[in-house]
Design a protein around this ligand. Sequence first.
Ligand SMILES: *Cc1c(COP(=O)(O)O)cnc(C)c1O
Length: 377
Amino acid sequence: MRKIEFFKHNIDQEDIARVVDVLQSVFLTNAGVTKEFEQKFSEYLGIKNTIVVNSCTAALHLSLLALGIGEGDEVITTPMSFVATSNSILHAGAKPVFVDIEEDTGNIDANLIEAAITPRTKAIIPVHLYGSMCDMKKIKEIADRHRLKIIEDCAHCIEGERDGIRPGQLSDAACFSFYATKNITSGEGGAISCNGDALAEKLYKLRLHGINKDAASRYTSTYKHWDMEVLGWKYNISDIQSALLIGQLEKIEDRLAKREELARFYEVEFDKNAIIYVKTPIGAKSARHLFVIKTDKRDEVIAELQKSGVAIAVNYLPIHLNSFYKQNMGFREGDYPVAEKFGSQCVSLPLYPKLDLESISYICKTVSSTIRELHGV
Ligand SMILES: *Cc1c(COP(=O)(O)O)cnc(C)c1O
């Protein structure tokens, strides 16, 4: 039977050779490769500083802490995301406040944010779902009016752009993921990019115990005494992982172009068959992280795709309906109806540069004929 993976990474021989170089060097962590990637990533985004950490979850957590958000504070975010987004708010000791989403993009509905603001609100975490940016101009206006911080969850969106704005440009901090299935990956990993220099200094410190010198300068240059100034976390990654990211970043636009081509193929096929898919907002360049269709026969479509050897994912069942959130925070079905409907209809289809057109064609046919049969036409 045919087997179409949901995702295949793009780590190539050059990337592996870079890892081997690190393995053959004296010092395996923080001897310069992570720094090199941080500089290149900042350059790519057009942002002053990047702080690499071991996950996007850690990036979100540290950003909240460094911006002074904690106990007693509320942070507005979307229920249509991976649990990491709102978990990071809980990790910081603050309270996640969900705002419902736009039906067509799945992104937080900026028009509903203001109604959710209370005297305790300190920040907004928009998530650029599937690679399409939220309406950052509108969100920035609201944040300025109410003196709120913005931390972007850019786990899906390194390459995106909307209304001339790119990730990190209108926020205090932008958080990225290099988890195994993301657009560039080190297996596990993440980063915070920000223009604030004082904020960056805090973040460098917080990712390594709150120590004022990183491991490299403690061991590789002449010995200097160091001091732990605040209580930080152990959130750094090693140069072994960072070595994987440098080459992938160099090829990031080529690979986006390939995913764009594949996504367009899906779109043309699905338009022909009246299948609904999540569209890129007008004026936006999507990072094309995930390709998502919506159908009220979602679970039947999933079963048929899996029977046909096509791996899929669901991104996402809404966060507030997870047991933990229901039991500990009092959320109930019906709280965010748009997100709940979206979460009952969405299926993510394979989308990665190694996917060939023949496979996509096969996926399109399977989806279209399944939905047609289920609707009895
Ligand atoms: C993957 C993901 C995260 C978490 O990333 P990690 O690097 O695994 O911590 C956060 N938010 C969204 C939207 C994600 O898809």
